[in-house]
Design a binder for this molecule. Structure first.
Ligand code: NDP
Length: 486
């Protein structure tokens, strides 16, 4: 358990390659949601710190980073990926203490995924280029694909380490410098990766890390005139707010926001595989996953049987100590989030849903913000539990009748982040994938990610893409050059 672990040193801001206190001297405490105990204190960034970090990033952009050969940038970023892998044990432990997720996830999935981002985008550093264009024989026409300058990255608490990779790796590979604001609830792994970045050879100022409240540090970053672009992952509510805040400086913005993703099980699917996919689709990451398959659509002919098996599986998924390698369901990130999740279970029950598994808080060793794996049956798509993002281990199961009904229900949402389709009929699988309004569709799978595959939302799940070659468009701009040859 946590109390037998080495103490975690206080966190400081990373500005211009140095660990510093905030200008105000303010700090905050970060807590372990599994034990409710303080982990350590962390410097809390304010507007003055944001200003210093943005200036350091600009100087690095105009100085060493901007002047570095892409092949040298590539080497540094690849080394950072290696260092993340080499330190996966420590990073996993920090992430688990800060966020409450099982060490199985943080060490064996999240740390390798963060490393995967740096390895993958390191390769792109030498392959981002413009074109020559056959416009007019009297001219030589070419384009330059250039970095934007200073990127502000604002990330959430559900995948702190992975999000550092998703945002920083492509931004840096494209030649930008970054000021990163981790969520106040989970600042520790971002700060550790900042140290590893220096060890990898990233020049001072290229990556600055500023923990602090969104309403202070985040807001200052979005409004700062020296920031060229904001890359944000978080709630739709804050995403909408950032669109307004970014308007004053016509700042580029990409938003990866909430979801209420449909996971559709047809009667002709491999039902054992679908059952596993439905379970991991919602309970992986405690359901605090933007793409969680939180609406399970099950064809009517198999509905009762499928729900019964699902409830049985959910009841076996007991919350346990997140630092135990066998644990698969950890603690909710905070008391506030736990209360939100439990509040939705009540809302669902009042709306007429049937709680067939879980539904309650279940402390581990007498402590912690643990919520049971919860299944709500007999949900209809108009209920709040089917329309609003709960962000916890709560699955709403909705019956449907045939392909058209499944597609209609699936698309009847303000969100459009991801979806799953389970069927052995290949024609049906592709037809449904095309008709779904979602940025990612998994067929006979759920919750797969790779640095090489774009990820982002349709509708109110946001715009712009993280990952894959496509995201590089969002971290670069194109300059057209006309050379008069006459
Ligand atoms: P937020 O959207 O508030 O937080 C995401 C990030 O934005 C954090 O770093 C936060 O900082 C920052 N932020 C908050 N306010 C501002 C602001 N005014 N200007 C700039 N940055 C800001 O998510 P919450 O943590 O409040 O979670 C609430 C709900 O959002 C969840 O229940 C869930 O439904 C959804 N959510 C969705 C996520 C997704 O990946 N789609 C991720 C996280 C949450 P700080 O936290 O330090 O104040």
């Amino acid at each position: 358990m946590t109390d037998t672990l080495a103490p975690v040193k206080p966190g400081r801001l990373l500005i211009n390659g140095e660990a510093v206190d905030s200008a105000s001297g303010k700090t905050f405490t970060t807590y372990n949601p599994a034990t409710e105990e303080a982990i350590t204190t962390v410097a809390s960034a304010g507007a003055e710190d944001v200003d210093r970090a943005v200036k350091a990033a600009r100087a690095a952009f105009e100085g060493p980073w901007g002047k570095m050969k892409p092949s040298d940038r590539q080497r540094v970023l690849f080394k950072l990926g290696d260092l993340i892998l080499a330190n996966a044990e420590e990073l996993g432990r920090l992430e688990t203490m800060d966020n409450g997720k099982p060490i199985f996830e943080s060490k064996l999935i999240d740390a390798p995924m963060a490393a995967n981002c740096f390895h993958y985008f390191a390769g792109w550093a030498t392959k981002i280029h413009g074109d020559t264009l056959p416009v007019n024989p009297a001219f030589l026409n070419y384009t330059l694909r250039e970095p934007l300058g200073v990127v502000g990255a604002i990330i959430p608490w559900n995948f702190p380490m992975i999000m550092v990779g998703w945002k920083c790796a492509p931004a840096l590979a494209a030649g930008n410098c970054v000021v990163l604001k981790p969520a106040e609830l989970t600042p520790l792994t971002a700060l550790r990766i900042g140290e590893l970045a220096l060890e990898a050879g990233l020049p001072p100022g290229v990556l600055n890390i500023l923990p602090g409240p969104g309403s202070v540090a985040g807001e200052a970053l979005v409004r700062h005139p020296g920031v060229d672009k904001i890359s944000f992952t978080g709630s739709t509510e804050i995403g909408k707010h950032l669109m307004k805040s970014a308007a004053d400086s016509v700042k580029k913005l990409t938003l990866e926001l909430g979801g209420k993703s449909p996971n559709i099980v047809f009667a002709d699917a491999d039902l054992d595989a679908a059952l596993r996919g439905a379970t991991t689709g919602i309970f992986y990451g405690k359901g605090e996953v933007c793409a969680a398959g939180s609406r399970l659509l099950v064809e009517k002919s198999i509905y009762d049987d499928f729900v019964a098996k699902l409830a049985e599986r959910a009841k076996k998924m007991q919350p346990a100590d997140p630092l135990d390698p066998k644990t698969r369901l950890g603690a909710i990130v905070s008391e506030k989030q736990m209360n939100t999740v439990l509040g939705y279970v009540d809302i669902g029950a009042k709306e007429g849903a049937k709680v067939v598994a879980g539904g309650a808080r279940q402390p581990v060793n007498g402590k912690g913000y643990f919520v049971q794996a919860t299944v709500l049956a007999d949900v209809n798509n108009q209920m709040r539990v089917a329309q609003e993002e709960i962000f916890g281990p709560v699955l709403a199961v909705i019956p449907f009748d045939g392909v058209d009904d499944a597609v209609r229900i699936a698309n009847d949402s303000v969100f459009g982040l991801a979806a799953g389709v389970w069927t052995n009929n290949v024609k049906k699988a592709h037809e449904v994938a095309r008709r779904l309004q979602a940025g990612t569709v998994w067929i006979n799978a759920y919750n797969f990610y790779d640095a090489g595959m774009p990820f982002g939302g349709y509708k109110q799940s946001g715009f712009g893409r993280d990952l894959g070659p496509d995201c590089l468009d969002d971290y670069t701009q194109v300059k057209s050059v006309w050379v008069n040859l006459e």
